[in-house]
Design a protein around this ligand. Sequence first.
Ligand code: TMP
Length: 214
Amino acid sequence: MFITFEGIDCCGKTTQAGLLVEGLREAGYPVIFTHEPGGTEIGEKIRHLLLNRENSQMVWLTELFLYLASRAQHTAELIHPAIQQGKILVCDRYTDSTLAYQGYGRGLNQKLIHQLNQVATGGLTPQLTFLIDIPPQVGIQRKASKDRLESEGSTFHRKVRKGYLESAGKDPQRFCIINGSRGIQEIHREIMTTTLGRLKARDSLISAKQSRLS
Ligand code: TMP
């Protein structure tokens, strides 16, 4: 089971992803928690290049290719093997971030981004994506010191949010939109209930298949 967390900067998704990982581990599930950009040694070097405010001269295509390079490494080195081993993998950001930020935010070609995402991941798609949705002004107010992307203005973050909501509208089976303006524990309970529901449905499907085979 591959679960991702998405949302605009400072929406609270990292906190929620961490709480879900803790909850699932307590329930006895083997879980790997990772993030993008980064998640591998090479990926973390790319992350530093991407988020360093000194790199203000970075052009948008360079930015796009760096996110994809980090993802290609991450998918091959960590995500794909973990899923093959039957683990639950929780990832803080994945392909939907690139479509929202570089596609909707920067205005780069969305079809091209979709194709490049397919190449970088070998077509690996999450089964469940939590979109933590907050208005951009709430996110901006939440953080004092900002990295290169977080320093973008509210117009940029409005476009990113629109991108996320459109992606979620196109794939309601995978996306679960969470109102991120509520309290941490209330949000966590909703995410935990949804995930456990999906895991139970998956487990009963697997055991039904196994009993048909035996
Ligand atoms: P983080 O703050 O969630 O760790 O993410 C780092 C920043 O990178 C955040 O501003 C979103 C941005 N980002 C993109 O622009 N495109 C991507 O594909 C990813 C994964 C992140």
